[in-house]
Design a protein around this ligand. Structure first.
Ligand code: ATP
Ligand code: MG
Length: 561
């Protein structure tokens, strides 16, 4: 146990360690409480890892609880997607998922209890008036004229609210705390409002819904949560959290602790804003690889282990900061570097004609799948007289500094021979048909005689090529912190997705065609000299293979510096 705490050490562990010293029989219990109003993102992953890992370390439990108190924004499809993502990360919640809505009857009774104690009242001010009367940090609030109704009156009005005898927005239930509190949250916060909308769990049973602050602490208490972990913006809400627990007849008193939320460079981590991107057709849904939702990252090729490693690396503190995107990329790159099979792909082909080889020349070459790990095996490629190379690996105009293929110069084909460019074959519109080259057939695995080692480029024999689409993703925003910008839509990077049509090796295509429909499998590769890619298992079909670039081979943010 100690070893694991060390690995995951943070200020919350220190608090828990103290709690265990005070009470060695503590049955440690956390929860992850998403609102089912969108898909999970990498920020949620931070909270998921924290809650579930702590439960593991301290031999406790972690509940999944849907905080479903606003039927207007929630949807069963989000409930399913959230469960899928948490499972995918490899976590198992305690029992079945819980729902705040399953406590609606209990919460209603707690509200009645507050009314009985003279600590809550039914208010008839409009939403705007409530805001106005609340005051601000400089000005004290003003009591609502409905604040001093009798208990009996409030009990009856609350019942009428519940029975649907008021219109939406006409009345609400408020806690009676202190309109002069220096904490705005304590100025008679709203506890219940009327919403006439069918709820995905309770259907038409209720037309009044508890506010987050009322439902959250009581749900934590009902479930026996001991440590309720949330992000820093709920620091002030803790007063209300504790006030509600203190003034109702609950028997369990969870404690709230706050940590800083994850902010990630170039990313929007607000469901509301992500929804805007989707509604405006800027991205193609919640699983677009350009956004940092878990489904988007998964589609881009990120594995659960890389995301967990990232969450471990960033740690848990009370400092707000912006995490470099390259840190997330580093985690997947390190993992893929160890395990990805190396293969060759051509994204923008140009033809090479090796004039000194026979047109029937067909040579089988066995190449390793990984440069340092023989256990990953080998695969076979074919070498023939017509091959594709990358357009960017040839320069027509002589350039002394250019180290790849140019007329009169030699280059080595990866795993194969040294070739020399001699002539360009063009059509009448000056387009290159092919580059005519000489193949030095004595150079397989050997240095060319009396010469320095030429640079190496990748290639595919036309006969061994299978068409494929490559989707190259760049950052969706041109600025590092779009979350801070009111008009974040004006910073969209027009080059966030670049599509290339090229080729992969035939045998690889065959292998993928067999495996493409295996659910939950991320099929990924290193396309040599290009990057790490995974198969897009949403848009790909057996005869239309599409690859998503997961990450480049090197950290380009460091290269530019
Ligand atoms: P959003 O702003 O994306 O709508 P939210 O906080 O409203 O996020 P919830 O579904 O309420 O989303 O979040 C569930 C849990 O995940 C909460 O405990 C919340 O504190 C945590 N969480 C959400 N975003 C982040 C983040 N960026 N970093 C860390 N934890 C987060
Ligand atoms: Mg929320």
């Amino acid at each position: 146990m100690n070893k694991e705490i060390k690995k995951y050490n943070n200020f919350i562990c220190q608090i828990i360690n103290e709690d265990f010293i005070q009470n060695k029989d503590l049955s440690f219990h956390t929860r992850f409480p998403p609102e089912p109003n969108g898909y999970l993102h990498i920020g949620h992953a931070k909270s998921i890892c924290l809650n579930f890992e702590l439960a593991k370390i301290y031999k406790g439990k972690c509940n999944l609880r849907f905080d479903d108190t606003n039927p207007l924004k929630e949807n069963i499809k989000y409930i399913n997607a959230i469960q899928y993502d948490i499972h995918w990360l490899g976590y198992k919640w305690n029992k079945n998922p819980f729902y705040s809505s399953q406590y609606f009857s209990k919460l209603y009774k707690y509200a009645q209890e507050l009314i009985q104690k003279g600590l809550a009242y039914v208010d008839q001010l409009t939403k705007e008036q409530i805001r106005e009367y609340r005051g601000d940090l400089k000005n004290p609030g003003i009591n609502s004229p409905y604040r001093n109704r009798t208990v009996q009156e409030n009990i009856e009005l609350f019942e009428k609210m519940r029975n649907g005898e008021f219109k939406e927005g006409e009345v609400c239930l408020r806690a009676k705390i202190n309109m002069n509190s220096s904490f705005l949250i304590m100025r008679d916060p709203v506890l219940y409002r009327i919403i006439f909308s069918e709820h995905h769990q309770t259907k038409k049973q209720w037309c009044i819904y508890p506010m987050y602050d009322f439902a959250h602490c009581l749900s934590d208490s009902i479930e026996g949560i001991t440590h309720s972990l949330c992000t820093l913006e709920f620091q002030d809400n803790k007063r209300l959290y504790n006030w509600i627990l203190k003034n109702t007849s609950v028997t369990k008193y969870p404690k709230q602790y706050e940590f800083s939320r994850l902010n990630l460079e170039f990313s929007l981590l607000s469901k509301r804003k992500i929804k805007i991107l989707i509604d405006k057709n800027i991205i193609k849904g919640w699983n677009d690889p350009r956004i940092s939702t878990l489904s988007g990252l998964r589609r881009k090729g990120y594995t659960p282990s890389s995301i967990k490693e990232f969450c471990r690396k960033i740690g848990v503190t009370k400092q707000n900061n912006l995490i470099e995107f390259s840190m997330l990329e580093h985690c997947i790159r390190t993992e893929m570097n160890k395990t990805a099979i190396r293969t060759m792909a051509i994204l923008e082909p140009i033809k090479i004609f090796l004039y000194n080889l026979n047109e029937n020349h067909e040579e089988k070459l066995i190449v390793p799948n990984h440069p340092n790990n023989p256990e990953l095996g080998t695969h076979e490629i074919i070498f023939t007289n017509i091959i594709y190379i990358e357009r960017s690996d040839f320069k027509e105009k002589y350039d002394k500094k250019y180290k790849r293929l140019k007329i009169g110069e030699e280059i080595r084909l990866r795993h194969a021979y040294v070739i020399k460019a001699e002539k360009i074959d063009k059509d009448e519109h000056d387009n290159i048909i092919s580059i005519i080259c000489y193949c030095d057939t004595k150079t397989l695995g050997k240095k060319p005689k009396n010469k320095k080692n030429p640079s190496v480029i990748h290639w595919i024999a036309i006969k061994n090529s299978f068409p494929a689409e490559f989707r190259l993703y760049n950052q969706l925003f041109k600025i590092k912190n779009p979350e801070q910008e009111e008009n974040f839509l004006s910073y969209i990077n027009p080059e966030s997705l670049i599509i290339k049509k090229g080729f992969i090796e035939n045998n690889l295509a065959k292998k993928i065609q067999k495996e493409i429909h295996i659910k939950n499998q991320i099929i990924f590769f290193q396309f040599e000299r290009i990057g790490y890619f995974c198969i897009d298992n949403i848009d790909s079909k057996k005869n239309k293979l599409i690859f998503n670039r997961t990450v480049s081979l090197r950290d380009s943010s460091k290269l530019k510096k």
